[in-house]
Design a protein around this ligand. Sequence first.
Ligand SMILES: [Zn+2]
Length: 227
Amino acid sequence: MFTCVNCGSQVQELFKKYSPTVLKLMHCDKCHTLADKYIEYDPVIVMIDLVLLNEQAYRHILYNSPFKSHWRLAIVLILFEAYSGWAQQKIIDPSNVSHDLFDGEGNFYFMCFQAVVGTAVMFTFIYFLTWLRWILHPQTKPKNYRNIILWKALVLSNCGKFLMIPSLIWGEIGTEMHSFFIIAYTFLSQLKTYAVVCNTTKLGAGLNIFFGLVLKFYVTNTISKIR
Ligand SMILES: [Zn+2]
């Protein structure tokens, strides 16, 4: 089964192939629009719509495309989060950074550990809240909900962190305003993807994500103090 990118209902097929060059896109029985217009689109346009936080593009990637590289993306995001935290530490307080090469390397591994634990705690907490919701209100659970889809959605929604790249390259961009923009954009992206996968209101999705982020912040802060 596939998913209509407009209304989120399940559809049997997305297109019919009459010949190697003739393809007919199918309509959704519920909303009567094209079930997945992105099948004919160039991947670049899908990427642009993802950056613009378009719900239809999220549904296309999560339900109607293989998106097998989610594990690799998760690892890259963890390494990137650790590296940006490590690099920012150097910019904010250069006097506190050891010039010993191996000590600096140790700091990076510690940042990796912090990012892995923080992200694991956040994801587990969001899964727990979602599971609790399905227990309390089973009628609201979408038919196409799968735990792996929620995992893919959470990984995909963290891509906003790559906006830190200009800041890391040109240092000066790493202002408070820039950091606030990245946090706000990533939060909006997480909120949108969670609402798409769990079919919740933006408020419900926002609260789940917000508490997950607060818990992650608390855990990473505690780990850095213990060290
Ligand atoms: Zn539809």
